[in-house]
Design a protein around this ligand. Structure first.
Ligand code: CP
Length: 311
């Protein structure tokens, strides 16, 4: 039987939640997905809740998706972006957040370049905190929407084979996906150039494959990541052109496989680098379903965390 409340006050990472939490989020998201496909897409569930969206790093999908989820739930929202804030004048993270909380904010959605920044905040303030991506650490709502989308496409994850292809070392999406998929019983493989696979990957109990064709032959689903040049302090690959030659996925490669697989990408896509347009826009790709599901998943997370607070 599904639980009725989350086991946690915050969503700091998939590592810190239980399989039962994921099941409850999925069940709630499925209901919200029906809501956002109705002519009247709004419910009054969070009309007494104020949410601050604090983005210290660039975002398109996650920021818009959280903002829309909050509006659909009738929450009051305030938006903060570091580029136009007093952070530029030297204000600390804790001072910034405490000033915002003085305005009677209940929940914080935060993206920050420093791994652990949401965990740090959770130890100093009382509001619910949702990690919208912290450096190379975790991106929990992305992993939840990815797993939810995979389940819609191929059924329950127990026993399914999922490969994550690309820049694993610098990806918070990879780590959150590994935790989420394993909690749901999937087998996980990572694939990429040796320089972009973390040296301590064995600690995560995943398969490692350096040949992308073998990885795609093995899997039911491939989640393809971009090369995160903005996080790379040294040159990990000779060139993007060479990366595409060895790890780029195009329709000819998919057609050469013995079965049809499902393709995900968290975005933003570098078309022609990790994925060709004929794959990104094909029937095998569920990239836009991921974006649609992102709103429902974030509505579920906000709703459940706010509900837990009121108990
Ligand atoms: N997938 C994702 O996190 O995209 P954004 O960086 O645009 O939010």
């Amino acid at each position: 039987m599904t639980e009725t409340a989350l086991s946690t006050k915050h969503l700091l990472g998939i590592k810190y939640i239980q399989r039962e939490d994921i099941a409850l989020i999925f069940e709630t998201a499925a209901q919200f997905k029906q809501v956002i496909n109705r002519p009247i897409k709004k419910v009054p569930s969070l009309r007494d809740i104020t949410i601050a969206n604090l983005f210290f790093e660039n975002s398109t999908r996650t920021r818009l998706s959280f903002e829309l989820a909050e509006k659909r739930l009738s929450a009051d929202t305030i938006n903060f972006s570091a580029a136009s804030s007093s952070v530029k004048k030297g204000e600390s993270l804790l001072d910034t957040v405490n000033n915002i909380l003085s305005m009677k904010v209940d929940m914080i959605v935060m993206r920050h370049p420093a791994p652990g920044a949401p965990m740090f905040l959770s130890q100093h303030i009382d509001a619910n905190i949702i990690n919208a991506g912290d450096g190379t650490h975790e991106h929990p709502t992305q992993a939840l929407l990815d797993a939810f989308s995979i389940r819609e496409s191929v059924g329950e994850l127990e026993g399914k084979k999922i490969v994550i292809v690309g820049d694993i070392t610098h990806s918070r999406v990879a780590l959150s996906n590994i935790f989420c998929l394993q909690k749901l019983g999937a087998e996980v493989m990572v694939c990429g150039p040796p320089t972009l696979i973390p040296q301590n990957i064995n600690a995560l109990d995943v398969k490692v494959e350096y040949d992308v064709k073998k990885a795609l032959e093995w899997c039911d689903v491939a989640n393809v990541l971009r090369i995160q040049l903005e996080r790379q302090d040294i040159q990990y690959i000779p060139s993007l052109r060479e990366y595409t030659q060895y790890y780029g996925i195009d329709k000819a490669l998919l057609n050469s496989l013995s079965k049809e697989i499902t393709i995900l990408h968290p975005g933003p896509i570098n078309r022609g680098v990790e994925l060709s347009s004929d794959v990104a826009d094909s029937d095998q790709s569920i990239i836009l379903q991921q974006v649609e599901n992102g709103v429902a998943i974030r509505m579920a997370v906000l709703f459940l965390l706010a509900g837990q607070k009121r108990l």
